[in-house]
Write a protein that binds this ligand. Sequence first.
Ligand SMILES: [Zn+2]
Length: 116
Amino acid sequence: MKKMIVCQSCAAEFDAALVRCPYCGTGYAPAEEKEYMGRLEEIRTELEGHKGDGDKSLRKGVGSLSRTVLVIAVICILFLLGGYFFSHLEEQKKSEQAKAEFLRNQGIIMQEDSER
Ligand SMILES: [Zn+2]
């Protein structure tokens, strides 16, 4: 059932949802307030929608940021692995050189021995 109000100007009864008296046009404050609040609510809902957009773009930014961090992390890991691999290779080369030198020295010693 509709709430009815009595107009303060002409004493006519009308729907409380109406902003103005349909008979004399006098503004009815509570209804006007209700309409105003409704508009505020609309604005608030619209703002919340925009806030959602902001969150989305923020999330997108965080996503690209984390992707960048991930790429940097992968590059760091590759560098570390590469450095480890190359240092290992270097060590292997050195040990091979040492071995070759050792063999050469032994050969010289052996040659010296055979010369005697
Ligand atoms: Zn009226």
